[in-house]
Ligand binder design. Structure first.
Ligand SMILES: Cc1cc2nc3c(=O)[nH]c(=O)nc-3n(C[C@H](O)[C@H](O)[C@H](O)COP(=O)(O)OP(=O)(O)OC[C@H]3O[C@@H](n4cnc5c(N)ncnc54)[C@H](O)[C@@H]3O)c2cc1C
Length: 271
């Protein structure tokens, strides 16, 4: 992978999105192999990835969460097929595939950890990947902000530059302040990751939901500041707005992150 391979993270199923523990993909041990059956949806680069990190349930464990296991499946494994790729609103340079596993035989050595270790692996890796979604969102937010500022410094109406209108200045002030604070929080959470802090799920959730909401807000306002030109493809702000949307949805929707943050303040009931 370090030499340039692609890996997909394969969790979501048609009936198991926000609650990934409802997944039905099945891992059945058979001698030195594992037989994989099931289907997955919305897998980024799933049609082109060299390796797939697939999450499924170990057939010999009955507990719904305790059965989740993680397995590396190689591209070209017989029984693995791409059902389709999605036609999306944004993020169009990246493919998103639906996959099917039909009696895929995978060496048992490809299992990460032990059977049932999957949920812990999943949660630990998502805490660390959420800051990267925030960085993605804040890149979109900053690009949209800078494009809009450049445009309204040039564009003139009523004999003045658009940026000279006080209503527009108040709008910029709010966006710039939110952006500065959010960017600083990204560095804070990045430092926690670098320091090896394990218990940073709430900080990561705050960052992911706030940064992605901000990317949507700033890119939408940037389209507004461009007026009718913002709605046309000649300028990139319309693409930034379309690309921003996914950051509110993947790696846990923002509703789910708000729930995680809120739940963290719930006191344990004393028995
Ligand atoms: C372009 C794209 C790329 C993706 N890439 C990957 C990938 O590489 N690998 C992968 O495994 N998955 C991937 N996904 C899947 C993505 O993570 C899921 O779409 C996401 O987790 C939401 O699941 P869902 O679409 O089933 O929505 P649902 O879970 O059905 O949610 C529908 C709505 O209900 C809300 N909701 C759900 N539960 C709650 C709750 N408890 N409280 C409040 N509201 C709730 C949600 O916030 C949402 O608004 C990708 C999706 C897209 C669109």
């Amino acid at each position: 992978m370090a030499e340039g391979g692609l890996v997909s993270l394969v969790i979501t199923e048609a009936g198991a999105g926000s609650d990934a523990t409802g997944m039905k993909t099945r891992f059945e041990p058979q001698g030195d192999d594992i037989i994989v059956n099931g289907s997955k949806i919305f897998i980024t680069s799933g049609d082109v990835a060299d390796l797939l990190l697939v999450f499924g349930k170990w057939s010999e464990i009955s507990d719904a969460k305790g059965a989740i296991s993680a397995l590396v499946v190689e591209k070209g494994t017989p029984g693995l097929s791409v059902l389709r790729t999605e036609d999306k609103l944004g993020h169009r340079a990246s493919s998103t595939a639906a996959l099917s596993f039909d009696n895929c035989r995978v060496p048992r050595a490809n299992l990460l950890g032990k059977p049932g270790d999957g949920l812990a692996i999943l949660l630990a890796s998502l805490n660390k990947s959420r800051p990267s979604v925030a960085a993605h969102a804040l890149g979109i937010a900053r690009a949209a902000f800078e494009d809009a500022v450049a445009y309204i410094n040039e564009r003139r109406q009523s004999g003045r530059r658009i940026i000279e209108f006080q209503g527009i200045q108040f709008m910029l002030a709010d966006l710039a302040s939110e952006l500065a604070l959010c960017e600083r929080w990204l560095w804070h959470v990045g430092a926690l990751v670098d320091a090896g802090v394990d218990d940073m799920g709430v900080e990561a959730s705050m960052l992911k939901q706030r940064a992605s909401d901000l990317a949507m807000r700033i890119s939408t306002d940037a389209v507004q500041l461009y007026g009718g030109y913002g709605y046309c493809k000649d300028y990139r702000v319309e693409r930034l707005m379309r690309d921003a949307k996914i950051t509110q949805i993947w790696e846990g929707t923002n509703q789910v992150h708000r729930q995680l943050i809120g739940r963290s303040f719930m006191h344990k009931i004393k028995k």
